[in-house]
Design a protein around this ligand. Structure first.
Ligand code: NDP
Length: 450
């Protein structure tokens, strides 16, 4: 049984039985049948349906946002923004897929050489609960526009979101089988991945889930794109605009109650401005309002599950035991974790070495810019990063030295459908969004005519 639990008060709001093996097999077969005709549709046909999906997301924003908030606890304004962003990605790939996947003629010794792009089959998406609409749409919009079909295995705490997403594509008019949600357990994933119908797997989640699903896919020679955890550095140089820096630091770490793979987690500040940065950051964090995510004045809802809050508390306590100083916050009641700031964090301490998936900011002091960037790179992760300086040329120079999939200078690190998104090191591989993202699950075919 999959349970939908309101994370604010732990009430069970809905229950869904797991799908029987025979039903899952029927859905895989249906995906295989749907693919045969879907891959032959024109970009214009697919785009028309994708635009309808975007329109539905906009029209039903309130209903979808309320379901998101009810199931995983983010504040309602953020849930509304997530649905809007999802609609934008549908429109973007509806408008750009044909251009991204156009033939590329390449001069060689042959009479004519070109690269063409072809759909490959069903792509399985294993998705997390933290942005339960956006993560799925970010996968589905490019995949379907490329002519692939989608199977979704969503996180087990967001079954209502999973079913609503299937409904969006169904009501938009996508043919039966082009996008299906599977209510299943992780242990049955191999049965799906090994099917010939499935030609790729996109997983967004923890490093552990990435190793498990990546290993199964490797065994069956299925391509994977893995978007895993992060411990993004937020690097503050002495010439940064500290007011803006502390404001965006708070937004980056605390939005979605800190449950974002690309939220800044390690605040690496050069020593000249460290005390002033900490005092501004502390004031901003103290001004946050924790509570029921449906209340309009609340900035920070509960974590999505009690175990996530317990893990965060353990990481915080262990960090303090090993020399970090608790500046503010950190009280926990069930899944409600008071936004917290710790200072004097160093390599070897959990808040530096591990991903912290909740509202806990860790400040690290660097002697100079060089040491700040070295500390940024002293992580097993490499998803996003930001650098704060008024000297943008210097910022760009250092950005090239940071080991991560993205670096933003003087701006909030965020995903943007026009730009590639993904990680390095243990944050995973492959890219989503943009032209790079739509090309992950296509056959890049060479045609050469002598
Ligand atoms: P999980 O990795 O446990 O869950 C993510 C998805 O993977 C869920 O659908 C989950 O299913 C599935 N999953 C979990 N374990 C396995 C397994 N052994 N085999 C197959 N599938 C599995 O993440 P958490 O719920 O712990 O969420 C937080 C983590 O996700 C953080 O570490 C965070 O960094 C990462 N994440 C990364 C993002 C990125 O873009 N890079 C974005 C969001 C989160 P089920 O729910 O049924 O267990």
């Amino acid at each position: 049984m999959l349970k939908s639990i309101n994370p604010f008060d732990q009430t069970v709001v809905a229950e869904f039985p797991l799908m029987e093996t025979s039903l899952v097999q029927q859905k895989i077969d249906k995906a295989g049948m749907a693919y045969k005709s879907w891959k032959r549709t024109t970009f214009a046909d697919r785009a028309a349906l994708m635009q309808k999906a975007a329109a539905l997301l906009k029209a039903n924003k309130e209903e979808y946002a309320r379901t998101i908030t009810l199931e995983m606890g983010k504040v309602l304004t953020e849930a509304r923004a997530e649905v809007e962003k999802s609609a934008g990605a549908c429109e973007f790939f509806a408008n750009n897929a044909e251009k991204f996947l156009a033939d590329q003629v390449i001069a060689t010794d042959a009479r004519r050489s070109l690269v063409s792009h072809h759909a490959t089959g069903a792509i399985l998406a294993v998705m997390p609960w933290n942005f339960p609409f956006w993560q799925v749409i970010r996968f589905a919009a490019p995949a379907l526009m490329a002519g692939n079909v989608g199977l979704l295995k969503h996180a087990s705490n967001v079954p209502q979101c999973s079913l609503l997403l299937e409904k969006v594509f169904h009501e938009a008019g996508f043919p039966e089988g082009v996008f299906q949600s599977l209510l299943i357990e992780n242990k049955t994933l191999e049965d799906i991945i090994k099917s010939d119908v499935v030609q790729g797997v996109a997983l967004t989640g923890s490093e552990f889930a990435g190793t498990q699903v990546g290993a199964i896919a490797g065994k069956h020679i299925k391509k994977t794109v893995l978007e895993l955890g992060g411990s993004d550095p937020f690097i503050v140089f002495a010439d940064a605009d500290l007011e803006k820096t502390a404001k965006i630091a708070t937004q980056s770490r605390m939005q979605n109650a800190g449950q974002s793979c690309i939220s800044a987690k390690r605040f690496i500040v050069v020593e000249q401005v460290k005390d002033e940065f900490v005092s501004r950051f502390e004031a901003n964090i103290k001004a946050l309002k924790q509570g029921n995510p449906f209340d309009a004045h609340i900035t920070t809802g509960p974590l999505a599950r009690v175990d996530l809050a317990e893990t965060l508390e353990k990481q915080m306590n262990a960090s303090v035991k090993q020399g970090a100083r608790l500046v503010t916050g950190g009280q926990r009641t069930q899944g409600n974790f008071q936004p917290a700031l710790i200072d004097h964090v160093k390599p070897g301490i959990p808040a530096f070495d591990e991903e912290t998936f909740g509202p806990l900011a860790a400040v690290i002091t660097a002697r100079n810019e060089e040491e700040a960037v070295a500390l940024a790179n002293a992580s097993r992760y490499g998803l996003g990063a930001s650098i704060w300086t008024q000297d943008i040329e210097k910022g760009e120079r250092w950005a090239r030295e940071v080991e991560s999939g993205s670096v933003f200078i003087n701006a909030l690190m965020k995903s943007d459908q026009r730009l590639p998104f993904g990680g390095t090191k243990k944050s995973g591989y492959g890219r989503e969004l943009s032209e790079a993202g739509i090309k992950e699950f296509v056959n890049v075919k060479t045609i050469s005519i002598a």
